[in-house]
Design a protein around this ligand. Structure first.
Ligand SMILES: C[S@@+](CC[C@H](N)C(=O)[O-])C[C@H]1O[C@@H](n2cnc3c(N)ncnc32)[C@H](O)[C@@H]1O
Length: 283
C-alpha cells in the first residue's frame, strides 16, 4: 500500500492544484510518466520534428522520455509553478547542458515566443487543471508553424470502473472530481479534445481512447500490485484536502484501501480506466 504523504497546499501563485506541489508529488510525477509510458507514447511520432514545446511540463518527467525516444529533438518546457521548473532543471541538468532542453516559468495562455516558432507540441495531464482551455490551445496553435503536430493526452475520469463495484472508491472519486471542477479544472476533458482543437482552428484533428485495464491478463502479483498501487496513490494525492474540507472521512479512505487490496487479491476482478489522446496538425 502506498505511503501516506504530507502535503503543503501553500502555492507561490495562490492558485490551487489538485495534486499539490510537494517533493512526494514531484517524485510521483516522475514515476507516473514511466509507468504510463506505454499508454502515452504508444502512438506518438516526433521523428520529423526538431524543436517542440511542452506546456505544463511539471518536473520534466515526460521531456526525459521524449528525448530518450527522439534524441535529435530539442524540447522547451514551460510551467506556471516556479518550484516545478526548479525541480525540472535539476532533473534534466545534463540535457540542459547538452542544449536539448530549456525550461521557463510561464503561463500557457501567454507564451513568450513568436508565431510559428515550434514544429511540434506535447501536452499531458495538463488541460484537466485549466479553466481557459480554449486560451491555451489557441496560444499553442499560434506558436506552432504550419504542419506542426500536437499530441495531447488527457484524463477521462468518468471512465474509471471496477468489478466487483467498490462503493468507497466510487464515493471518494466522485468527491475528488467535484473538487477538481471547483478548482476550475475538468476531470473529463479528454473526450472534448477534438472539438477544442477544431474550435481553435487546427487543420486536422483525431481523437482516440486508450484503455488501461487490469484483469486476468495481469497475473503476476507484483504487476497487479504495481498497477493498483499507482491508482491508489493517485487518488490519495487529494486526500489531505478532501479530508480537511470536502467531508471525506478517514473511515472512507481506509475502506477504499481495503477495496484496493481485494482487487489485487481477487484474480476475477477488473479495473478499467479510459484516457484520450488527441493528434492535431497546425494549418
Ligand atoms: C499533472 S502536472 C503534469 C506535468 C507533466 N506534463 C507530466 O505529465 O508529468 C500539470 C502541470 O501543469 C502546470 N500548469 C497548470 N496550469 C498551467 C498553466 N495555465 N500554464 C502553465 N502550466 C500550468 C502545473 O503547474 C503542473 O506542473
Amino acid at each position: 500500500m502506498p505511503r501516506r504523504v504530507g502535503y503543503n497546499w501553500g502555492m507561490s501563485d495562490e492558485r490551487t492544484y489538485i495534486h499539490g506541489f510537494t517533493e512526494d508529488e514531484r517524485d510521483r510525477l516522475s514515476r507516473q510518466a514511466l509507468s504510463l509510458e506505454p499508454y502515452v507514447f504508444g502512438h506518438l511520432d516526433y521523428s520529423r520534428c526538431r524543436h517542440i514545446i511542452e506546456v505544463g511540463c511539471g518536473v520534466g518527467a515526460q521531456m526525459k522520455i521524449l528525448l530518450r525516444r527522439w534524441p535529435r529533438l530539442k524540447v522547451t518546457g514551460i510551467d506556471r509553478e516556479p518550484s516545478q521548473i526548479a525541480a525540472a532543471r535539476r532533473f534534466m541538468a545534463s540535457e540542459i547542458a547538452a542544449g536539448q532542453a530549456l525550461f521557463l516559468v510561464g503561463e500557457g495562455d501567454s507564451l513568450p515566443f513568436p508565431d510559428d516558432h515550434f514544429d511540434g507540441a506535447f501536452l499531458c495531464w495538463m488541460l484537466e487543471h485549466v479553466q481557459d482551455t480554449h486560451g491555451i490551445m489557441a496560444e499553442l496553435r499560434r506558436v506552432m508553424r504550419p504542419g506542426a503536430v500536437l499530441y495531447d493526452t488527457e484524463v477521462f475520469n468518468s471512465g474509471l470502473h471496477t468489478d466487483p463495484p467498490c462503493p468507497a472508491m466510487r464515493s471518494y472519486w466522485a468527491t475528488f472530481n467535484a473538487y477538481q471542477r471547483r478548482l476550475g479544472g475538468d476531470p473529463d476533458i479528454g473526450m472534448k479534445l477534438k472539438n477544442l482543437a477544431m474550435k481553435v482552428g487546427f487543420a486536422s484533428a483525431t481523437l482516440h481512447s486508450v484503455e488501461a485495464k487490469l484483469d486476468r491478463d495481469v497475473s503476476k502479483p507484483s504487476d497487479r500490485a504495481a498497477f493498483l498501487d499507482y491508482w491508489h496513490e493517485l487518488l490519495l494525492t487529494a486526500a489531505p484536502h478532501l479530508l480537511a474540507e470536502e467531508g471525506v472521512s478517514q473511515t472512507l479512505i481506509d475502506e477504499m484501501g481495503r477495496e484496493f487490496v481485494s482487487l489485487r487479491e481477487d484474480f476475477d476482478s477488473v479495473f478499467v480506466y479510459r484516457l484520450f489522446q488527441l493528434r492535431a496538425v497546425s494549418p
